[in-house]
Design a protein around this ligand. Sequence first.
Ligand code: ZN
Length: 245
Amino acid sequence: MLKKDRAVCLRKTDYSETSQVVTLLTRSFGKVPAMAKGAKRAKSPFDGPIEIFSCGDIVFSPAASQKLATLTQFEQKPVFIGLRSRLYNLNCAFFAAELLDKFTHDYDPHPELFDSFTQFLTDIQNIKNDFEALALLIIFQLTLLSDIGTKPVLSACTSCKTPFNENWPYVYFTSLANGIVCRDCEQAFTDKIRLSKHAAACLNDLKHLPRANEKTLNEIEKVLIYHFTELLGKPPRMAGQFIKK
Ligand SMILES: [Zn+2]
């Protein structure tokens, strides 16, 4: 039976001279891997070839398990064309798309995450400098972790539950315990990374993020990349673009 939904393309590969295999994030059905037959023909029911971040209304017929759905229509809306005007912003968007693809399952709907992602893409295309774009990426990455049920504990020591306050002399992040740990507990966590006070304060209260300096934002992104690497068992492909040497 045909289904209708809104979708954003997360991934695309050429299947043949004229067809594409695409991974679409839909609002109501979650992630849908689909075959778009004839997508690269001059006249196709998809408004031309499908690119990453192509967005609009789709019609598709879901497949039996482990197979590709068949995309029958894609009415593309040019909502994210501004993304390609700054390379850094585009890389942030690619990173977010990669993480969505890796951390969500097919046909597992997360409508709020779909909304957060499209809002993130809308906002980031108007950003004029790298650190503001990075702040948006960090907020989206934390939203993603929270939405998939692995929200890091950033307001208290995950071990002894002491609430974080800015007088803690040292703060550490541990991927193993999915959050911060205090100085009294850190010895039990061999994978810990020490956080600067600024980074810990920003993570504790995300309202500080938009005012954080570039160094703090880079530090937080480094911690998140480390965390995603631990969760995935290997570094995300886009991570290399964000590790400052
Ligand atoms: Zn503790």
